[in-house]
Design a protein around this ligand. Structure first.
Ligand code: HEM
Length: 98
């Protein structure tokens, strides 16, 4: 992690194409010169994001097996959002989103 931070620090803000969590932390006043804090935040994100997503996904899949009608409803909702994007990726739908 320290190597990644050092590499990112060696680039200017505009040189770096990645505008991500690390970039945000490096340029936030509160974290300037505080590498330990930056590392803590990144570890927190990994921990907070790991089990939550794993458990939620597992529960959703279990409920969908138990209640297939919920799965059908969910599939219909996903399709209604995805199909317009797939059929018209740069057209009206994406303009409506902007
Ligand atoms: C389905 C997935 C997730 C669920 C169900 C979930 C649920 C929660 C809940 C209930 C809280 C506490 C909110 C509160 O009481 O104030 C929370 C906080 C938090 N979650 Fe998640 N989370 C999920 C995914 C993630 C992911 C992917 C990340 C990061 C990559 C993340 C990062 C955090 C952080 C940093 C906090 C603390 C926010 C704060 O108090 O400032 N979570 N999450």
């Amino acid at each position: 992690m320290r190597e990644i931070i050092a590499e990112r620090k060696s680039k200017t803000f505009s040189e770096s194409e990645d505008f991500d969590l690390l970039q945000t932390l490096l340029y936030t006043e509160m974290y300037k010169g505080r590498e330990e804090r930056i590392i803590d935040e990144i570890i927190s994100m990994f921990l907070a994001g790991h089990k939550t997503v794993q458990l939620t996904t597992t529960n959703v899949l279990c409920y969908m097996k138990e209640y297939p009608e919920v799965g059908t409803k969910l599939q219909a909702e996903i399709d209604s959002k995805i199909r317009p994007i797939k059929d018209d990726i740069v057209g009206k739908f994406t303009k409506d989103l902007a």
